[in-house]
Write a protein that binds this ligand. Structure first.
Ligand SMILES: O=c1ccn([C@H]2C[C@H](O)[C@@H](COP(=O)(O)O)O2)c(=O)[nH]1
Length: 205
């Protein structure tokens, strides 16, 4: 088939191809294209690459019922609070010198960055399971489903509280399971990491 196509390019008539060959050529869509799930989660991970947090870079992508992206965000300092001035540390004697009191979470930024009237019935794709504060805002915003990758803080009270609220509010949450990172990636420490799946899920074309 490739030879015939190149002959056509060289000026030979398309009559050289049988009707069956022509139709199979036209109807053969490309395989190995990105699934919707990979597309949205990878968008969240792309956004996370903008984060200045040296420890956890989190990205979130909000998708409406028509599979349109309506908001993207990552964890960062609020507008006007320089990320060169405000602290990025985790542990000091003084909580005021840690990032925790200042940083805006990826989920909140994605909701605030929305380019639609609201995010009702949307799905949020997020690199890390949302904390309790983000869970409250997710619920109040009308988002109906959360797809997440990492659950590295599953045992923290914030995560347990978030799951309790999601369960009560009827918010579905499901973890996207991917292949284990290669040794190279593992050696980068505790980084959130995304590996594309090899195949497209039938439901997800
Ligand atoms: O739901 C969440 C939870 C946390 N984040 C952000 C906030 C911080 O910048 C990091 C967490 O830092 P650690 O050093 O891993 O404690 O992630 C978020 O965006 N969304």
């Amino acid at each position: 088939m490739e030879e015939q196509l190149s002959q056509m390019k060289l000026g030979q008539s398309s009559e050289a191809l049988s009707a069956k060959e022509k139709s199979s050529d036209i109807n053969n869509k490309r395989n190995g294209y990105l699934s919707w799930t990979d597309y949205f989660m990878a968008t969240a991970f792309l956004a996370a690459k903008r984060s200045k947090d040296p420890c956890s870079q989190v990205g979130a992508c909000i998708v409406n019922e028509d599979k349109k992206i309506v908001g993207v965000g990552y964890n960062g300092m609020p507008i006007g609070c320089s990320d060169d001035v405000f602290p990025w540390g985790k542990r000091t004697d003084n909580l005021l010198d840690t990032k925790y009191l200042y940083v805006c979470h990826a989920e909140v930024n994605a909701i605030l960055n929305k380019n639609s009237a609201d995010v009702k019935n949307c799905t949020m794709y997020v690199a890390l399971f949302p904390c309790n504060e983000c869970a409250k805002i997710i619920i109040q915003s009308g988002i109906k489903e959360v797809v997440y990758m990492s659950d590295k803080y599953a045992s923290k009270v914030q995560t347990i509280a978030a799951k309790r609220m999601f369960d009560s509010a009827g918010i579905k949450y499901c973890q996207l399971v991917r292949k284990l990172p290669t040794p190279d990636v593992k050696s980068q420490g505790n980084r959130l990491y995304y590996e594309f799946s090899d195949s497209v899920d039938e439901k997800d074309v």
